[in-house]
Each structure stands twice: as structure tokens, then as C-alpha cells.
Design a protein around this ligand. Structure first.
Ligand code: SAM
Length: 301
């Protein structure tokens, strides 16, 4: 599993740059264009929020747990558009500080270990782009991946009433995934071996499920699947829009980029993180169908 230090590396490092690029409560997960790429990124993210809130029957007063909440974009939506109540959990201190400053009820807590005694139970639960971080390469190599996901679904199960719904979206490996031994940061630029090696650098402590089937199977028998759709093409467009926003000039942001230069020369891992901004390995992985992306709605039975 990714630990707090890993998630601080991935998210807290870019906290201010992210907020200056995407807004204080920007989404850092695939939007929902449904193939209509004339939509703006903001419209497509809002369409995603609406889809999730509708799928989970979130209305006025619903109590919602947003696991792996990032900078709280979904929390912002359900508070303002549905008058719902929400608690958000993240493992990035920078995200939690920013969310609290913006008035959201967000804390640093590992969502995989939440118990009903902590906050009570919920009407609905979301985990948007969190599962990717729950199983490490080492756990996968030790054959523990399914156990990790089953334990997670057990946690969610205990927090919902029968009939309560859970939404998750997650990247998965897809039909062109290569062998782990082939991953190599020195491989040909643009190759699956190279971009997958960068992915592992960008998301330390993280490994993906092998297709949605693995996730759906691990959710049984406590959950039935209500709906499933691939967001792979939508994610490619999302990343293309993120790249423009990260590059858009803003004096403070460019100053922050400059302030990171010394670290670039002294920290090899950080140098790989910078390469990610140039290459967008996840976009290449989606294009090559090394990876896919799924939106899954579950109901507790
Ligand atoms: C890709 S971001 C998605 C953020 C947000 N859901 C969104 O859509 O913008 C992944 C998030 O997962 C969080 N995360 C990963 N593992 C976690 C864990 N075990 N407990 C709580 N949060 C976790 C990270 O801190 C980060 O906020």
C-alpha cells in the first residue's frame, strides 16, 4: 500500500501548483465527457459529479464519505448542489490543509481502516481514484492483491446500510500490459516499458488491479454491481486538458516551478516526477491500452 510519505510525494509536492492550475478544489481524476470533447474540462468534471451523485441517490441531508478525496471537488459539488453532508479523507497533508482552509471537513486518515465507531455509518460512499494506491508492488508480488481489495470492500460494507451505494473509479491494467520485469526507466522513450516505469515512480507504493473483473469479484458477495463503464478515452482528453492548465502562465506558479530546480539536481526520484509532467505516462498507457479506466457503481446486498 502507498503510505503517507508516498502520497505526500505525489500530491503534496504539487499542492500549490495544482491549485494555481486547476482551482482550489480541482479534480485530479478522469472527467466524464462521454465522448463529447467539445465540452470544457470543467463541464465534464461536473457531469461526472452529477452522474455519481445521481447513481448514489445523494439528496439533501445525505451523509456521504468521500474516501481519497483529493482537493475535495466532489465534496464541493454535493454540498453546493445537493445540500448533502460530507466527510473527506486523504493521506496527503497538503491536500487536507488546503481543503480545511477552503472550509471542507477533510482530514488525514487512511480510509481503508475506517470503522463505524469513527464517524458512524453513511448513506453513500465514494472512492474516486483511490484504489490505485491501495496495493503496492510488493503486496502484488506476494500474491496479496485480492486480499487487499477484499479487505477494503469489507471496510466499505461495514459503513453502509443494506441498499447503500458505493461509487469507485479506478485505473486498471488492460490487454497490452507488459511483464513487470520489462519496466525500465532507460527503455526507449514512449515505449510501454518506459512509461510504465515512470508510472511506478510517479505513484510509489501503488499497483493497479488487472481489469475491472478483479475488482468486481473482490466486491462479492457483499456488493452487487449496478453499472460499469470505461472512461479510458475520456481520461486521455482529461489529461490533455490538464497539461494545458499546468503550463498556462501564472507568475506565482512559474516561481514555484523555478524554486523546484535545486531539488531536480539533487533528488533522482523527484527528477522522475518532473519527467512525468513532460511525458504524461498515464496518457500514453491509456492510448496504448496498457491501462484502462473504469467507473463502477456498487450496492450493498
Ligand atoms: C488521484 S487522487 C484523486 C482525488 C479525488 N478523489 C479527485 O477525484 O480529485 C488520489 C487520492 O487518493 C488519496 N489516497 C490514496 N490512498 C489513500 C488512503 N489509503 N486513505 C486515504 N486517502 C488515500 C490521496 O491522498 C489522493 O487524495
Amino acid at each position: 500500500m502507498a503510505e503517507q510519505k508516498d502520497l505526500d510525494f505525489t500530491y503534496t509536492t504539487i499542492d500549490e501548483i495544482f491549485r494555481l492550475s486547476m482551482g482550489e478544489s480541482g479534480d485530479y481524476s478522469g472527467a466524464k465527457y462521454d465522448g463529447n470533447f467539445s465540452m470544457s474540462l470543467e463541464e465534464a468534471q461536473k457531469a461526472k459529479h452529477k452522474f455519481i451523485a445521481d447513481s448514489l441517490n445523494i439528496t439533501k441531508g445525505s451523509k456521504v464519505l468521500d474516501m481519497a478525496c483529493g482537493w475535495a471537488p466532489f465534496i464541493r459539488y454535493i454540498i453546493h448542489e445537493r445540500n448533502a453532508e460530507s466527510i473527506g479523507l486523504t493521506l496527503s497533508q497538503g491536500q487536507a490543509d488546503a481543503c480545511q482552509k477552503n472550509g471542507y471537513n477533510v482530514m488525514v486518515k487512511d480510509c481503508r481502516y475506517v470503522k463505524p465507531e469513527d464517524f458512524g455509518t453513511f448513506d453513500a460512499i465514494t472512492c474516486i481514484g483511490g484504489l490505485e494506491h491501495f496495493c503496492s508492488v510488493e503486496e502484488w508480488q506476494a500474491g496479496k492483491q485480492k486480499e487487499v481489495y477484499r479487505d477494503f470492500f469489507k471496510t466499505v460494507h461495514d459503513l453502509l446500510p443494506v441498499g447503500g451505494r458505493f461509487y469507485m473509479q479506478t485505473m486498471t491494467f488492460s490487454k497490452n500490459m507488459i511483464e513487470f520485469e520489462e519496466l525500465d526507466v532507460n527503455a526507449k522513450k514512449g515505449s510501454a516499458a518506459y512509461v510504465m516505469a515512470l508510472m511506478v515512480k510517479e505513484f510509489p507504493g501503488s499497483w493497479l488491479p488487472y481489469g475491472p473483473e478483479m475488482v468486481i469479484k473482490c466486491a462479492e458477495p457483499g456488493f452487487k454491481l449496478i453499472s460499469q463503464s470505461s472512461g479510458r478515452l475520456d481520461y486521455i482528453e482529461t489529461i490533455a486538458q490538464w497539461r494545458k492548465k499546468f503550463r498556462k502562465f501564472n507568475l506565482k506558479k512559474y516561481w514555484l516551478y523555478l524554486s523546484l530546480i535545486p531539488r531536480y539536481f539533487t533528488d533522482m526520484e523527484f527528477r522522475h516526477l518532473v519527467a512525468i509532467f513532460k511525458v504524461s505516462p498515464n496518457k500514453v498507457c491509456f492510448e496504448k491500452e496498457v491501462m484502462d479506466h473504469y467507473r463502477l457503481v456498487f450496492e450493498k446486498v
